[in-house]
Structures are given as structure tokens and as C-alpha cells.
Design a protein around this ligand. Structure first.
Ligand code: ZN
Ligand code: ZN
Length: 383
């Protein structure tokens, strides 16, 4: 067979992964009773065909995959969506995709209900019914079938190529944190800390941050999601840093809490309890274990020392092409962990009017247990 020169030396590997993913999605769609699937959630589009543009709709139907986008992405779509037919449309990608499906005779089209708006669904219905009338138009309008998170579910288990990327993103996060340890000092504003961290992230190759960097100091550390403000780091008190970088599309996510100056009474005990809870949950990670069991491993440690009422969120979440994806690690969650999932473990304690802290790692579910991808020091740090 003639060998084909691809746009870069990784082209063949990419094509292999994408064709496998597209096949698996098509099988899932078939099992759901539809003969076509419209994928519009951009992280899903990227996952299935490699396209990273801001306007794209992917159709899987009749053994074919067709990506619809617009003229801004002519060169990029062809380079990225290796092995997928690309159609440059002069109208919104979703409309062009729907018209193509109507013309191709798709009878039942699955769509992602969680990522489609009411207005978006109406646009899809209008597009497939265009040019038809009466009963035919009505039948076409009725062709859409709301599907569960078919692609999102696939994305929960990472393949080897994705794990390489997630390891790299996690490693950059650790390097940034270690850099911050030599920089943090009382009097800096939280915004200055966030800006410095984000500047360093860009220099380290990050495409962006996974989310708005959280720097919560002093009394503000009691806010679980305290975005960086003009508040100054105290001479004595906690500083929680929760941040992540996007590298090659994949997000990292980690939290460390350090203490400025000497601990005040009680602070060290609470820190040690959160650390013990975090390590207990990391130790509980294994394939076959439920998400709820991992959550309970953390929560039970805090319950024993009567701090569980201050642990006001879930223990963790999946991470990948999106910062928050499945599985959700919360109380009583029955979902079973599988090898290849990448999750966060991030218990915290938040005592309003006093202080708060959180410790978060990214953990890969391996064949036997869990591997921490963010091995930065978690022991008590006093600066
Ligand atoms: Zn985080
Ligand atoms: Zn997180």
C-alpha cells in the first residue's frame, strides 16, 4: 500500500487514535438506536477528530465522519482533522451539518442534550426541514433524539497518548508551584501572585490557564473558590493556591496551601487532618472502587476529628480536555473507577471568619491503584 505523507510526523498516530475514537462513538450511537450522531460540544469534536477551532460540528453517519466548519479554518481543519472529511460551510456549521444529514437520508440523529440549548435544537430542526413540507417536514423535525453523554463518557478513560499529555501538564503545574515557593512573601497582593504564576505558566509553554487562578489568603482562605483579589498576603496565615495549565489541549489542576509565618493555635492540626484525609482518599483510588468510596475515605478522616461539617464540597472530579469532567467523586456516587481515568483528590476545610485550606492532586487510575501525577510536597510549609 502506498504510504501517505502527513502534515507532521505524528500524523499517523493521530489518525489511528481518531479513527478508533470515531468508530467507538459510532458504535455507541448505533447501540442507542440512532443512525447518525451530531457532535457539537467542541471538546468532544476535538477528541473525536482533532479539530481545535471555535466553530465546528461533526457528523457520524453511515460509517462516515464529516467535519463542518467555516472559511477561517480551511487550512487548520485539514491539518488537524486527519482522516476526517472537512466541509467548509458558508453558514453556521451546525446548520450545514443538519442539511447534509437530511440530504444523506439520516432518519434518527442523536445529539448531546447536555450541551445543546433549546434555541440550538430549534435551529437544527429548521435546518433539516428546510425545503420539505407537510408530513415530510414534520418527520424531519422529529428526527433528533436526545442522547446521554456518549462522548463525555468515552473521554473519562484516557488513552496512552492522552496520559502522556496529562503527565506533562501536571509536571508544569508542579514546577510552577515550586517556583512560587521562592517568590511568595507577606505584602504581595493575591493578584500579583496570580499574575506572576500565570506569566511563568505561559513561559513554560502553557496555552492558557485551566481556570481563573485561585489565590486565597488569610481570612479569604475560608472561601473555597477565592479568586485572586487586591488583598495582601498576611504576615501570618494561610495562602491557598489552586491553579492549572492547559498544555496541548489538556488541563492540569492542583492545590497547595502554605502558611505565611508561624502557625497560630489549631492551624497546624487542621492542616494535618486535611492532609491525612487527602492521602487516605489517594490511597483508596483503584479500579473497581466506587467514586463514593473514595469520597468517604477523605470524609471519614475529617468526621473523626469533627471537621467534616467544614468540608463543603465533593472530593474530586475527572480532568482532561476540560477542567471538570466525569467522573464526579462525591458522597454515595456509585460510578466505578476504571484504569486510565484521571481524577483530582481535593478535600478541604473552610471555617468562616477563621481560615481554610485545601490540598489537591491529580491521580491516574492504574491497573492496581492510583498514581499521583502532581508529586509536589504536601507536608506543612511555613514561609
Ligand atoms: Zn483545583
Ligand atoms: Zn479540581
Amino acid at each position: 500500500m502506498e504510504s501517505v505523507v502527513r502534515w507532521n510526523r505524528f500524523g499517523r498516530i493521530k489518525e489511528m487514535n481518531f479513527s478508533l475514537r470515531k468508530r467507538r462513538a459510532a458504535t455507541a450511537a448505533k447501540n442507542a438506536g440512532v443512525d447518525g450522531m451530531l457532535v457539537t460540544h467542541l471538546p468532544d469534536v476535538r477528541y473525536l477528530c482533532g479539530f481545535t477551532g471555535s466553530n465546528g460540528a461533526l457528523v457520524l453517519a453511515g460509517g462516515r465522519a464529516v467535519l463542518f466548519t467555516d472559511g477561517r479554518y480551511t487550512a487548520q481543519a485539514k491539518a488537524e482533522a486527519v482522516g476526517t472529511r472537512v466541509v467548509i460551510a458558508k453558514k453556521p456549521a451546525v446548520m450545514a451539518a443538519c442539511e447534509w444529514m437530511a440530504a444523506a437520508g439520516v432518519r434518527r440523529c442523536g445529539f448531546d442534550a447536555a450541551n445543546t440549548t433549546v434555541a440550538g435544537l430549534e435551529t437544527m430542526r429548521k435546518a433539516v426541514a428546510a425545503g420539505a413540507s407537510g408530513a415530510n417536514a414534520k418527520a424531519r423535525r422529529g428526527m433528533f433524539v436526545a442522547l446521554g453523554p456518549v462522548v463525555a463518557r468515552m473521554r473519562e478513560v484516557k488513552d496512552a497518548e492522552e496520559i502522556v499529555k496529562m503527565r506533562a501538564a501536571a509536571r508544569v503545574g508542579c514546577e510552577l508551584f515550586e517556583g512560587m515557593l521562592t517568590y511568595l512573601e507577606a505584602g504581595l497582593t493575591e493578584a500579583e501572585v496570580a499574575a506572576t504564576l500565570e506569566y511563568a505558566a505561559r513561559l513554560a509553554g502553557a496555552e492558557g490557564m485551566s481556570f481563573d487562578t485561585i489565590v486565597a489568603s488569610g481570612l479569604r482562605s475560608a472561601l473555597p473558590h477565592g479568586r485572586a483579589t487586591g488583598a495582601k498576603l498576611p504576615k501570618r496565615g494561610f495562602v491557598t493556591l489552586d491553579f492549572g495549565v492547559i498544555l496541548d489541549g489538556y488541563s492540569s489542576d492542583m492545590t497547595r496551601t502554605v502558611h505565611m509565618g508561624k502557625a497560630m493555635p489549631g492551624e497546624r492540626d487542621v492542616y494535618d487532618s486535611v492532609l491525612e484525609a487527602q492521602e487516605a482518599a489517594v490511597a483508596a483510588v483503584a479500579p473497581g472502587v466506587t467514586a463514593g468510596e473514595v469520597d468517604e475515605a477523605a470524609r471519614s478522616v475529617l468526621r473523626r476529628v469533627k471537621l467534616d461539617k467544614y468540608f463543603s464540597h465533593s472530593t474530586g472530579h475527572g480532568v482532561g480536555l476540560e477542567i471538570h469532567e466525569g467522573p464526579r467523586l462525591a458522597a454515595k456516587q456509585k460510578q466505578v473507577l476504571e484504569q486510565g481515568m484521571v481524577i483530582t483528590i481535593e478535600p478541604g476545610v473552610y471555617m468562616p471568619g477563621r481560615f481554610g485550606l485545601r490540598i489537591e492532586d491529580m491521580v491516574l487510575v492504574t491497573a492496581k491503584g492510583g498514581e499521583v501525577l502532581t508529586p509536589s510536597v504536601k507536608a506543612w510549609i511555613e514561609l
